[in-house]
Design a protein. Structure first.
Length: 290
């Protein structure tokens, strides 16, 4: 009998490798694909560019009025006008489709196809002249995300994913393969939201920050763009709404990444996104008790 096989480090290594393999099977290989009509991708590009035309004139205006909604999140005239533009285009082109939007609620949300809209994800950045924001546009079929876009109109970046492929300005991009936390770049939208929405994992989050090479709050949707185009290794959010989350899922998966909740389940109200080889390690740090 080979005693090395029973050494604690060998057992831990095999356990981690099994966890990685399990996550790949569950969240990468076995993810159900849907046919993608070409017309949807073309229309998605038109939505992104039209909303960008609305948003750009308001960026960098320090006098723009910022209101507070019921949940204390900020909103501006640019948010509202951009979503109005998106809704009008969708209703004209696909009147039988549903819409879920941050600013104006839901309509026909039980339809087979439902568009998910966040006109400005990262409004705080937008109102302070920081370009770490974007427009999120997603399409769900029977409740499953099949198409998503992250559009940064100031920088002229449009990232589109369909669960199988992801492009940045029509150029294929892939998440960079990384298997070592010690060499990883970790992104998060806001540190404060960890203590607010994942208080039981706050210490584990700070442990994760200690273990990576670089930690930055280049977050909101732009963090997922950086991750999917190979400029970061991990993007996490302790709390997300449907309009924040659904559009980025096909982008991350199309770039070859894994995205789950903080506990490793199908993402619904939080997200951990990383390459398959690193994702299981991140979850182990965030959930040390199993």
């Amino acid at each position: 009998m080979n005693s090395a096989l029973h050494h604690p480090l060998s057992i831990a290594h095999r356990t981690l490798q099994a966890a990685k393999s399990g996550f790949e099977r569950t969240h990468v290989r076995c993810y159900k694909r849907h046919p993608m009509p070409t017309e949807f991708k073309s229309f998605l590009k038109r939505l992104a560019h039209k909303s960008g035309e609305v948003i750009k004139p308001y960026f960098g205006d320090a006098s723009i009025a910022v209101e507070r909604k019921g949940d204390e999140s900020p909103v501006t005239i640019a948010d509202r006008k951009a979503e109005e533009t998106l809704r009008a285009l969708i209703n004209k082109e696909f009147p039988d489709h549903g819409i879920i939007g941050e600013e104006f609620g839901n309509e026909n949300e039980d339809a087979e196809y439902v568009w998910v809209l966040d006109p400005i994800d990262g409004t705080i950045s937008f109102t302070t002249g920081c370009p770490l924001f974007g427009t999120l546009i997603g399409l769900m079929r029977n409740g499953q995300p099949i198409l998503g876009a992250i559009h940064q109109p100031i920088l002229g970046q449009l990232c589109i994913g369909d669960n199988e492929t992801t492009t940045l300005n029509d150029r294929p991009v892939r998440i960079r393969e990384s298997n070592a936390l010690a060499e990883a770049t970790l992104l998060c939208s806001c540190i404060k939201t960890v203590s607010e929405f994942q208080p039981e994992r706050e210490a584990d989050f700070h442990e994760l920050v200690k273990q990576v090479r670089v930690f930055r709050t280049w977050g909101d949707c732009y963090g997922y763009l950086l991750l999917s185009s190979g400029f970061a290794d991990i993007m996490i959010d302790p709390i997300m709404n449907p309009w924040d989350l659904q559009p980025v899922i096909p982008v991350v998966r199309g770039a070859g990444g894994v995205i789950t909740s903080w506990t490793g389940e199908e993402p619904k109200d939080s997200a951990v996104a990383a390459p398959a080889g690193l994702h299981a390690e991140v979850l182990q740090v965030l959930n040390p008790g199993g």
